[in-house]
Write a protein that binds this ligand. Structure first.
Ligand code: PHE
Length: 385
């Protein structure tokens, strides 16, 4: 500022006036007390004791004073800087102690917890969906039946009025089990495929349970059968050679198609919501007469996409309906094959694929996800035990 000068009076230098030093000190002490975090304190430190702080600037002025004035000014500035430095140190300690205490609580690790606990597994969504469907029917008084996965051709086809010439009996759809009957050797000699002659197949649908239920139970029969079925399809986004169906059969006196329709409506309402309904389209199955395809209102758009190009629905292709499975009144020929008098008893059956239902119920786009066993697929469905 100015060269040493005998007549220089420190009290005349603005920055060295006692009030200015006291003010700078008091401001610093107030800012330190108000700092509520270590970051805030760091800023206070720069502002009030850094190189460019008022007290540091005052300190620099001392050098320019005449020797007799230096001691006095130096003492005053030194005392103020000392007080600020001490307060900074104290506040630093307080804030560090607070932080340490907080970290101890927030980051506490309970070392007594078991370290080797296995993560909880989740059941496959196909299993939980099948059980949910079972629950709907058990609540209506149905029994759950199982049947067998390796099935005789008689139950899988003949008993269901699927004659020897029906396309479903060719190797196109069916896995034949080799060597299960004594005829197999003879068949080989005759140039036939041993497996085709064994008389045993992997069931291609759950419908053989219709015949099994009728043969093994007293009438009336109300049975639901969820289970695995097999067809010779390649695994791709919409096919898998092993999949699941649910079969339902009800045989009693006086059952009509109206009972079938009411049962289907009840099922989709229980599974998809109270505003759901079904429709039946004429179709053909050898084991039901009359037969129908059953559709349910599209689970995604609930019919709103029909005729509205602004709101297309990918799930139902804007048709408003999704095909769920097949159904119909059990063919009297099936009843007769199982020893039931069709003049006294009638009833209905329906069957549908669980994979398909899971696909549109949960927006699963690729069936392969359901068979690969990756927990990243099953986990989002929840860990239902
Ligand atoms: N079994 C038939 C299928 O696999 C479905 C069906 C079951 C049809 C019961 C009618 C009655 O396609």
């Amino acid at each position: 500022m100015s060269a040493p000068n005998k007549s220089y009076d420190p009290v005349e230098v603005e920055a060295l006036k006692p009030e200015a030093i006291d003010r700078a000190r008091d401001e610093a002490l107030a800012a330190i007390a108000a700092a509520d975090s270590l970051d805030a304190l760091r800023e206070v430190k720069v502002a009030h004791s850094g190189d460019r702080s008022p007290l540091a600037l005052a300190n620099r002025e001392i050098g320019a004073l005449p020797p007799h004035a230096k001691a006095d000014a130096g003492k005053r500035v030194g005392a103020a800087r000392g007080a600020v430095g001490k307060a900074l140190g104290q506040r630093q300690e307080e804030l560090e102690a607070e932080r340490d205490e907080r970290v101890l609580v927030e980051e506490a690790v309970d070392v007594t917890l078991p370290h080797d606990r296995q993560p909880a597994g989740a059941r496959h969504p196909l299993t939980t969906l099948m059980e949910r469907i079972e629950d709907v029917f058990v609540a209506m008084g149905y029994e759950v039946a199982e049947g067998t996965e390796a099935e005789t051709e008689w139950f899988n086809f003949d008993a269901l009025n699927i004659g020897p010439d029906h396309p479903a009996r060719t190797t196109q759809d069916t896995f034949f089990v080799a060597g299960a009957s004594p005829q197999a050797d003879g068949a080989k000699n005759a140039g036939k495929d041993a497996a085709e002659e064994s008389g045993v197949v992997l069931r291609t649908h759950t419908s053989p349970v219709q015949a099994r239920a009728l043969l093994s139970r007293e009438l009336p029969v109300y049975v639901i059968c969820p289970g695995r079925v097999f067809r010779t399809d390649e695994l791709d986004a919409t096919h898998t050679p092993v999949f699941h169906q649910v079969e339902l059969i009800a045989i009693d006196e006086g059952l009509t198609m109206a009972d079938l329709k009411g049962t289907l409506d009840h099922m989709v309402r229980e599974l998809f919501g109270a505003d759901m309904s079904t429709r039946l389209r004429p179709s053909y199955f050898p084991f039901t007469e009359p037969s129908a395809e059953m559709d349910m209102v599209c689970y995604v758009c609930r019919g709103a996409s029909v005729g509205d190009p602004q709101r297309p629905c990918r799930t139902c292709s804007s048709e408003g309906w999704i095909e769920l499975g097949g159904c119909g009144m059990v063919n009297p020929r099936v009843l007769r094959a199982c020893g039931v008098d069709p003049d006294q008893y009638s009833g209905f059956a329906f069957g549908f694929g669980i994979e398909r239902m899971l696909m549109f119920r949960h927006n699963v786009e690729d069936m392969r996800d359901m068979v690969e066993g990756d927990v990243r697929f099953t986990r989002p469905f929840g860990t239902e035990i």
